[in-house]
Design a protein around this ligand. Structure first.
Ligand SMILES: [Zn+2]
Length: 97
């Protein structure tokens, strides 16, 4: 059973908590659990995003676009800041296909 997402750290090794509470932290990498946004790239065969196929890459792209689109549809005063800090996208962010 995966634990909470290990979050992310900056170049100065400061550790930050995951803000994607609704995301399952079902990805195991380097003995830690990660949500799909914070899963490191790693090298091929390590279980990181380097191992992702096009469907996984497209899914994270689509989810980012959907989240921005949902905020854009709200009245301006109701919009929330989307915090993608530490998120690692292993490819392009494309328009919804
Ligand atoms: Zn996370």
């Amino acid at each position: 059973m995966a634990g909470a997402c290990a979050g992310w750290e900056d170049d100065a090794d400061h550790q930050f908590r995951c803000r994607f509470r609704e995301e399952p932290s079902e990805n195991e990498f380097d003995d830690k659990s990660y949500c799909r946004f914070h899963l490191p790239m790693g090298e091929l065969g390590e279980g990181g995003k380097a191992d992702w196929d096009d469907d996984q890459k497209n899914a994270i792209s689509d989810d980012i676009i959907v989240r921005f689109g949902a905020e854009a549809k709200k009245p301006e005063d109701d919009r929330e800041i989307l915090n993608f800090s530490g998120a690692l996208v292993p490819g392009i962010i494309r328009p919804l296909m």
